[in-house]
Structures are given as C-alpha cells and as structure tokens.
Design a protein around this ligand. Structure first.
Ligand code: PXG
Length: 265
C-alpha cells in the first residue's frame, strides 16, 4: 500500500553527505504516518556506515527503507506489529551524461502534486505513484523530467527534485505548502547561494514566472544540481545553463566532498 518511508542518500569518497539531516527527515516522515522505527537515530547512522564498510563502498547511493512490516492482507496497520528496516548501498546515475553540460528538458505535467492535507510529498513515503504518473507523461512527451503544479496552479517540484528559478539575480524555490518535499540538496543550494551573496528565498512561483525565468535548475540527491534548458518547448533564458546555476553546481561539487558536511565512513 506504499505504507512506509524511505531516504536516498549519497556518499562521496567516504563522506556520507548530510547523513544526519537525512536520518532526521526519515524519522519525521515516520512520525507523520505513526510508524515507530524500531531503532534509534544514532544506531541507524552506525548501521548505514557499517553497510557501506561491509560492501566496501566509498562512493555510493544509499537507500534506507522502513516498511510497516509483515502482516496480513488487510490494510489495517495495527496488524503489522514490527516495522522492517532495509539498508541498500548501490550506485546511481540519473540523467544523460551531458545533462550538467547542456541542461535537461522538462514539461509541466497534468498530474497535480498531492496536497498537504492528503498524501503530501513532504512525507518521503513509499507511495510515489503521484511522481511516477508525472514521469510517465514526461516519457511519453520525450522530455527528461516532469514538473508538478500544486492544486492552486503554483509550481511545486519535479518528480524527485526540487525546482529553483533565477530572475534578475534573485533565486526562488516554492515553499513546502505546495506539497513539495523539503529537499536537503535544496537547503544546501540556498545556503551556498547566500554564501555567494545572492538572495535566495521561498516564494510561490507561477508557470509564467517559470517559463520567463533567466535560469531554472533542479536539485536532488540523485541529480545534484542540474540546469533546465527547456520547459514545455519554451526555452529558458538563452537555452544554455546560466551563470548562477553553473556557479552553484561548482560550489556544490566542492561541498559534497567536504567532511564537515557529512559523516565519514
Ligand atoms: N522532491 C521529491 C519528491 C523527492 O523525492 C527531492 C525533492 C529532492 O530532495 P533531496 O533531499 O534528495 O535533495 C526528492 C528526493 C529516486 C530518488 O531514486 C528520489 C529522491 C532522492 C534520490 C533518489 O527516486 N527523492
């Protein structure tokens, strides 16, 4: 039934980027759906590091999954007394090799983000049908990624990425009241932007503002920071990755390898 929560985390050269933040978000997702994880946060951190060590991986994609656990065929979670914890370490590659160089294409999908008073994507739950339906539309249209709007028509997020606009040097991303996941990469991008002296804030973004932005980029654990060059066949800026996006990409590459920004295996 999608009754569980997960995290996607990356390790770069032996440093697990923002591991604490990911663990905290896992427990917040679990709290919302009243799933009591049968393991403390510190132990979850240690088990994650141990899995990487045992699998001899220093660069990895880590997937933590906590399900409601074994039960009967009914949907009552009361019949699943013991949640299951799964830790996977693997590798990942998301977009085409030239995505960072040339940017990706996207479309606004007809599939609206689930609202905050429903199966909100603020919860990183195992129910990703909302994203998958949007991704199917992108596949049919032959573009790389889909962007979901919220029920009010404001821009929300990509299927597994947060979305940012740059206009006249100001950086904006939709607030979580649109139903977007509070992204850890997005938070890092905002921090980096402010360190570089840019204004970066959360604000409702309309489709008009998205199409007319100077630059658009996605952030996410899997994609990192990737420029968007075209949305619904409208070019973004001059159709080339913009200067602020490129600067943030370069800074982010440095950040993920900084031991202070994560936990070392
Ligand atoms: N929105 C949604 C709906 C997500 O699932 C993000 C934004 C970006 O958040 P982070 O914290 O990663 O910056 C996500 C991230 C996958 C996969 O394999 C999904 C995510 C991350 C990694 C892999 O589908 N979700």
């Amino acid at each position: 039934y999608g009754d569980g929560v997960f995290e996607g985390i990356r390790a770069y050269d032996g440093v697990v980027f923002k591991l604490k933040e990911h663990i905290n978000r896992l427990y917040s997702s679990a709290h919302m759906i009243m799933l009591s994880i049968p393991m403390g946060r510190e132990e979850m951190i240690q088990k994650t590091l141990e899995t990487l060590r045992k699998n001899k991986m220093r660069d990895a994609y880590i997937r933590l999954v906590v399900t409601r656990g074994a039960g009967d065929l009914g949907l009552n979670p009361k019949n699943c007394p013991k949640p299951s914890i799964i830790i996977i370490t693997d590798t990942i590659s998301m977009h085409k090799d030239d995505a960072k160089e040339n940017g990706v294409t996207a479309m606004i999908s007809w599939v609206k983000r689930d609202p905050v008073d429903a199966t909100s994507h603020e919860i990183k739950s195992l129910n990703y049908l909302n994203s998958i339906m949007a991704k199917i539309e992108a596949n049919i249209a032959g573009v790389d990624e889909a962007i979901c709007l919220d029920k009010n028509g404001f821009v929300c997020e990509g299927v597994a990425e947060n979305v940012f606009t740059v206009k006249n040097g100001k950086i904006h991303t939709p607030p979580s009241c649109t139903g977007a996941l509070p992204g850890i990469t997005a938070e890092s991008a905002k921090t980096l932007a402010r360190q570089l002296g840019y204004e970066a804030s959360e604000k409702n973004v309309t489709p008009y503002e998205l199409f007319n932005a100077d630059e658009v980029f996605f952030t996410g654990t899997a994609v990192e920071i990737v420029p968007v060059r075209e949305i619904n066949e409208r070019s973004i800026g001059d159709g080339r990755p913009g200067p602020i996006t490129r600067r943030l990409m370069a800074e982010f590459e440095r950040m993920v390898r900084d031991p202070k920004e994560g936990i070392t295996i």
